[in-house]
Design a protein around this ligand. Structure first.
Ligand code: ADP
Ligand code: MG
Length: 626
């Protein structure tokens, strides 16, 4: 039997490093958290080569005395926990006293630190976690940590690093996130000698958001709402300023950055019917709730959360955002007029709302604050309930009167057209089927600038012009496997993106070129578009690029073909004629011709129907002629 030995400190640190230190950005995240914990009001991050060779974080916080500076690099050394009772704090803040030890074990470190009031500071040098030099040093109050040659002693990890541009962008994202988490701290990022970010640190979240999200997000709406002991503050974009991806959605729970499907759903529910499909609101939202109602994963690299009361969290965010959006005067008003339905009796109201204390209007839910909603829903629970037998009887009556569904998805002929060569020998039934007669069709017109009406024999078709065009373009792009015809732009278009999107696009330049996009790095999270696909209009190019970045980011683990399809779909969608646009008859005819002659144009790439049919028989039934 091999003897059991305790792992050496160094090996234990390396294991911890594997968890905590994934890449330069994770080092920055840990060092920034420490600086904020140390009470700093100014923090500067400087990186070179994406942070791989040089990474420095300077703060003006409380600093460390010589002895503390030495112990700080020991595993489980923390000044933030003293006893087992404090352990609860681990769950909320993630203090584990591991970060410095872990970072030090995979790099070379210089530390300079001085407490205010001390005459001299301390300077330490560490190699792979061991202190090799120590001296007194003259330095300002606060702490500076320089991390050099990250992963120099763990080549396996080094191999996982992407380009310096990519790693640098991840660092930028980490700094941005802290800047949004702590508007009271002034953050600076210097990337390869150039200033990439600077926030004022005045405590004004709006100012921090402006610095991080840029000018396009200058018109965001302030959110401030309270719900029991939950507080929601922050900014959300107006419905008219929706973005092509979710990249600018940032959520914090008790100041910790989190990723949460519930929070996203609650936010987006507040925009329902106000923004187009495929567009997303931007936000920076801080949710504060009692520590014992949330379980933040203690794994330092993860950002998942679990809420004890998911419904309450959803409502708090949903109604908080809804309330804020309703207060902005220039929001396009959504009208809720009851649709006239003279042939059917009115639906039985499930609850008698007029009996509840606050008088509900048609758009009542949309203008309620969280508190109002609570009073309202409480009143509803007290309100008399409908008699289920009566409701069931009425429902049955409605059912009886309602005839078949008006429209059904079209079944286009699946039999090969006359021109199709070689009736396949292995499919004999095709050869015996009689060829369908070519029934002539004609264009009747267009409804709502969206649906083209075509009549063919005893059948009418409604074709969604955007969906159809999108599908045709997609097929064309896909068939044209090699290169897509591109157009050079006279004036390059600058696109400001999130650091991750920027990095993802820059590391996929080959694929983008195949697709007709030529981009160039411009710095400050901006890329220049020099060339775009022929089918895309320059006005749509920036949007398309951002969506493509989101496709690439979300599909990173999928096959290259799947990602390519997704990207082609985005190009097709952006390049297609839109519902609501005016199309002249010639354009519509060309489109309809392709749809009518193509035997499998049933669905667009996203599975939405392109064409629905309405037969003469169905109409006759509706009008009680049959
Ligand atoms: P944790 O933050 O979980 O306590 P770390 O390994 O990140 O663990 O840091 C260890 C300790 O070093 C901290 O508890 C703190 O006392 C000290 N420390 C780290 N960074 C700083 C800093 N920038 N300023 C002052 N003290 C610091
Ligand atoms: Mg720490």
């Amino acid at each position: 039997m091999p003897k059991i030995v305790q792992l050496s400190q160094h090996v234990a640190n390396l294991i911890a490093a594997g968890e905590v230190v994934e890449r330069p950005a994770s080092v920055v995240k840990e060092l920034l958290e420490n600086a904020v914990d140390a009470g700093a009001s100014q923090v500067t991050v400087e990186i070179r080569d994406g942070g791989m060779t040089f990474l420095r974080v300077t703060d003006n916080g409380c600093g460390m005395q010589a002895e503390d500076a030495r112990t700080a690099f020991l595993r489980h050394a923390t000044s933030k926990l003293r006893s087992a009772e404090d352990l609860a704090a681990i769950a909320t803040m993630g203090f584990r006293g591991e970060a410095l030890a872990a970072i030090a074990s995979v790099s070379r470190i210089d530390l300079l630190t001085k407490t205010p009031g001390a005459i001299a500071g301390t300077s330490l040098h560490l190699e792979a976690g061991n202190i090799t030099e120590e001296s007194e040093a003259g330095c300002p109050d606060g702490t500076t940590i320089i991390v050099r040659d990250l992963f120099f002693n763990t080549p396996a990890r080094m191999k996982f690093m992407k380009s310096d541009t990519y790693e640098g962008s991840r660092v930028a994202a980490a700094v941005q996130q802290q800047a949004l988490a702590h508007p009271e701290v002034a953050f600076k990022l210097i990337r390869d000698g150039k200033q990439a970010l600077s926030t004022p640190g005045t405590g004004d979240l709006g100012a921090a958001v402006y610095c991080v999200y840029g000018r396009e997000c200058a018109n965001m709406v302030k959110v401030e709402s309270k719900w029991e002991n939950y507080t929601l503050t922050g900014f959300v974009s107006k419905p008219t300023d929706a973005r092509p991806s979710r990249n600018l959605q940032t959520f914090f729970v008790n100041n910790r950055p989190v990723k949460s499907k519930i929070l996203i759903a609650a936010l987006e529910e507040a925009y329902r019917n106000q923004i187009m499909v495929g567009k997303f609101p931007a936000c920076v939202l801080h949710l504060y709730l009692p520590a014992n109602t949330v379980d933040v994963n203690v794994h330092p690299a993860k950002t998942e959360v679990k809420f004890l009361a998911e419904k309450a969290v959803f409502d708090c965010v949903h109604y908080g955002v809804l309330g804020a959006l309703n207060k902005t005067p220039d929001r396009p008003q959504v009208q809720f007029k009851p649709a006239p339905a003279p042939t059917l009796p009115p639906k039985p109201a499930p609850i008698a709302p007029q009996q509840s204390s606050p008088k509900p209007k048609a758009d009542f839910y949309r203008t309620m604050t969280a508190e109002e909603f609570k009073t309202f829903s409480a009143a509803l629970t007290d309100a008399p309930k409908p008699r289920p037998e009566a409701a069931a009887a009425t429902a049955a009556k409605i059912q009886q009167r309602q005839s078949l569904p008006l429209y059904s998805p079209v079944k286009l002929p699946t039999v090969a057209p006359v021109s199709k060569p070689e009736p396949a020998a292995e499919e004999p039934e095709q050869t015996v089927l009689p060829m369908p007669e070519e029934i002539p069709w004609h264009l009747v017109g267009e409804l709502y600038r969206s649906y083209v009406i075509v009549e063919q024999g005893e059948e009418a078709f409604l074709i969604d012009k955007h969906a159809a065009h999108e599908r045709l373009l997609f097929e064309k792009l896909k068939a044209n496997q090699e290169a897509i015809t591109a157009q050079n732009l006279l004036a390059p278009i600058p696109c400001r993106l999130s650091p991750e999107s920027c990095a993802e696009l820059l590391s996929n330049q080959g694929l983008l070129e195949e697709l007709g996009f030529e981009i160039e790095e411009f710095g400050d999270n901006t890329v220049l578009l020099r060339q775009i696909p022929m089918d895309l209009s320059p006005e749509d190019a920036a949007d398309a690029l951002e969506t493509i970045a989101a496709d690439l980011l979300s599909g990173r683990r999928e096959s290259k073909d799947a990602v390519r399809d997704e990207v082609l779909h985005t190009v097709a969608c952006k390049a297609a004629i839109k519902a609501g646009w005016h199309s002249d008859e010639k354009e519509l005819l060309a489109l309809v011709k392709q749809v009518m002659e193509n035997d499998d144009l049933k669905y667009c790439p996203h599975g939405r129907p392109i064409c629905i049919s309405l037969s003469k028989k169905q109409l006759e039934k509706q009008f009680k002629r049959a």
